[in-house]
Structure formats: structure tokens, C-alpha cells
Write a protein that binds this ligand. Structure first.
Ligand SMILES: [Zn+2]
Length: 378
């Protein structure tokens, strides 16, 4: 809050400079310029608008349901924002593993049970010393999979500390690693540069596929259920924020002359559209007005954000296939990932047996499926 004015000013400066860059390049506004610069040729601003509407109509109600369940579980009359991540009193945190070695061993088993090739990828990386999993003093934060062109075996870096979120990170990065192996045979390095909208399908779908074999991490059935429940909640509840940030940016660059006051008003309006009414924000209005400032992408990587939402839809679609026919879904996953960046996004999605589609009907179908999977866990 103490830096809110400076950040507001910085953003205004960025907007006017970006608008200038766009005009010099012959574009009407920075959004249109940025779509071209991002090489975003497979979907338009109208598709993004459709994504926003579909999220509002079909995903937000599911988030409301998650929040309502949370409120009941915590035995609260009002759910405050900080309660959304809370556990009922006396609940011990999930402890899926202790050391980095244990995390790796369990993940290898989990991947092997899913499909032996996936386990082999991790085994190869282990043999080549390509894994730095455990947190230690002085280690840089974060987690990522870094492809290495010569051998084709990538490197995974992360900061595991025995938490459930580390398992998610591990299987997520493991999904990226599988794609690194699958694309290694492609002739040109440039073919291995695939857009985020498919790269994150590799990792996010792996998070969901692997859930079937998360029993390696838990002795108790109820812990396993809790882990799965949290995963589904995470998958669903990320959408409204993605839509909020994306929709806000469209307005910002469509109206580059806006004042700081108008910006705050627009932000609150957009935020309201996608926020769950189940959460009680009373007394925090002043903070909320500036909450867009916490999203680094707005400053540093404009319009780069919706990719995660698109990929998550792809991952859910693949998981839906998986629930119908495991082997076919994994074949489709492998086939699409193996193409790297040699096809357009709709073609890559088609190879995965998916639709590249943000329509209400399609998103509703995906959400109905998620809702039924959530109900199975209750
Ligand atoms: Zn990722």
C-alpha cells in the first residue's frame, strides 16, 4: 500500500510508452500490437472475450460451491479471504514425503504406474544427474524444467520441503520433462519451441493424470482424498483470476488515455464480475482497489496470462478423455506433445483429441465433468 501511487504512476508510464510503440508500428492500440508480437495468430481478442464470459457463466458458480463447502467445513458464518486456504482446526498438514530422494522415488513409481515411458524419462534424468529437487540454505527459489538441446534430457530444479505443493510441482515439471524427451527427435531446435498454450497442457494434464497413482504418497485413504480435493479446487479456482487480469488488460490498452481514477473504477468492476460473493471482503475495499498491482505480468509481460487458462482447459479435456479411456488419452497426449511447435495450436489440440474452443457450451461440459469428479470425493 505504501507504494501504490508509485506503482500506479509506473503503470501509466508503461501504458503511454506501449501505446506509442504500437502506433509507430502501425497498430491502433498496444493490444493488437502485442498479439502480433506474441505470435498469437490462432485466436483473437473476440476469443478472449468469449473465454471471459464462459468463465463467468460456468466456472464462477463452481468456485462459489467450493467456497461454500469451505465455509461449512470451517464452521464459519462468514468466509473471509484468508479463510480460503485454511484448514479446520486440528487438521495436520499433508506429509506426502520427507526427502528429495523420497519425492523422486515415489514420483518415478507414480509415473511408471501411469505409463512406463513416463517413469523412464525420470529414471534417465536421475542417471544423468539432472535433478535438483530439495530446498537448501542459499538456494534460489522457484521450480522449472529446463530442456537441454544436445542430449534431449532436461533438468528439473525445485525447492521441495515435504509439502503437498511440492508433489504438484514435481509432477507438473515431470510433465514438461516428458515433452522435452518426446520432442528431442525433431529435426530443428526451433521445432522444440512450443507455445505456452500447449506446453502447459503437458504439465497440467500430468498433474491430473498422475492423481490416479498418488496413493504412493499416502498411507491413509482420507489423506489421498484430501490431496485430490485440493488439486481440483486449485484447478478450478485459478480461472476467475485469469479472466479478471486478462479482461482488465484489454480495457487498459483499448483506453490508453484513462485516468488513475477511471482505472481503479474499471478494476473494481472487473474484479467484482469474477469474484465469488461467498467471500466477505468487508473493510478491505481500499486494499482491493489496488490488488491488480500484485500481478507482475501487468507490468512485465502484458497479455501473457490467459495462456494458463487455455492450457488448463486442455488439461481438463485430456483428463476427461482419460476417465473414459486411459490408454487412448495417454496416446493422444503423447502424439500431441511429440509434435512440439510444428503445428498451429488448433492442430496440436486436435492431435490431442481436444477442441481449441472457449465457448460456453464446451466449458460447461468440462465443468460438469469436474463437478462430478469433485462429488465423487465428497
Ligand atoms: Zn509449467
Amino acid at each position: 500500500m505504501q507504494d501504490k501511487d508509485a506503482l500506479n504512476e509506473l503503470y501509466s508510464t508503461l501504458i503511454s510508452k506501449r501505446q506509442q510503440v504500437a502506433q509507430h508500428a502501425g497498430f491502433e492500440n498496444y493490444r493488437d500490437y502485442k498479439f502480433a508480437e506474441l505470435g498469437r495468430f490462432d485466436y483473437t481478442k473476440e476469443d478472449c472475450f468469449q473465454f471471459h464470459e464462459s468463465v463467468k457463466q460456468y466456472i464462477r458458480p463452481l468456485v462459489d460451491l467450493i467456497n461454500e463447502n469451505k465455509r461449512k467445513k470451517l464452521g464459519l458464518n462468514e468466509l473471509r479471504p484468508w479463510d480460503t486456504d485454511a484448514e479446520a482446526e486440528g487438521t495436520e498438514p499433508l506429509r506426502p514425503f520427507k526427502t528429495g530422494t523420497e519425492l523422486l522415488e515415489k514420483t518415478v513409481t507414480c509415473f511408471t504406474n501411469l505409463r512406463p515411458f513416463f517413469g523412464d524419462c525420470l529414471r534417465t534424468m536421475k542417471a544423468m544427474d539432472r535433478l535438483d529437487l530439495e530446498s537448501r540454505k542459499g538456494k534460489a527459489p522457484g521450480g522449472y524444467n529446463c530442456p537441454l538441446a544436445e542430449t534431449g534430457a532436461p533438468f528439473i530444479f525445485m525447492n521441495a520441503a515435504g509439502q503437498m505443493s511440492d508433489v504438484t510441482t514435481m509432477v507438473h515439471e515431470g510433465g514438461h520433462a516428458v515433452q522435452s524427451f518426446l520432442t528431442h527427435p525433431l529435426e530443428l531446435s526451433a521445432f522444440k519451441e512450443y507455445p505456452m498454450e500447449i506446453a502447459e497442457v503437458a504439465s497440467m494434464a500430468m498433474e491430473l493424470f498422475s492423481m490416479d497413482h498418488w496413493d504412493v504418497f499416502f498411507d491413509k485413504e482420507k489423506d489421498l482424498k484430501r490431496a485430490k480435493e485440493q488439486q481440483l479446487e486449485r484447478v478450478i479456482s485459478i480461472f476467475p483470476w485469469i479472466a479478471t487480469i486478462d479482461k482488465f488488460q484489454h480495457w487498459v490498452y483499448e483506453n490508453p488515455q484513462h485516468t488513475i481514477k477511471e482505472r481503479a473504477k474499471k478494476w473494481m468492476e472487473t474484479l467484482q464480475e469474477f469474484s465469488s460473493p461467498v467471500i466477505d471482503w468487508t473493510g478491505l475495499e481500499e486494499y482491493r482497489k489496488y490488488s491488480w498491482q500484485k500481478q507482475l505480468h501487468l507490468f512485465e509481460a502484458p497479455f501473457y496470462y490467459i495462456e494458463y487458462g487455455i492450457a488448463q482447459l486442455g488439461a481438463i479435456g485430456l483428463w476427461m478423455q482419460y476417465k473414459q479411456n486411459k490408454e487412448t488419452a495417454l496416446d493422444n497426449y503423447t502424439a500431441a506433445l511429440s509434435l512440439g511447435g510444428t503445428r498451429t495450436l488448433p492442430e496440436l489440440y486436435q492431435a490431442a483429441g481436444l477442441q481449441f474452443n472457449f465457448s460456453g457450451d464446451y466449458i460447461k461440459k468440462l465443468m460438469d465433468f469436474l463437478r462430478s469428479e469433485m462429488e465423487k470425493l465428497l
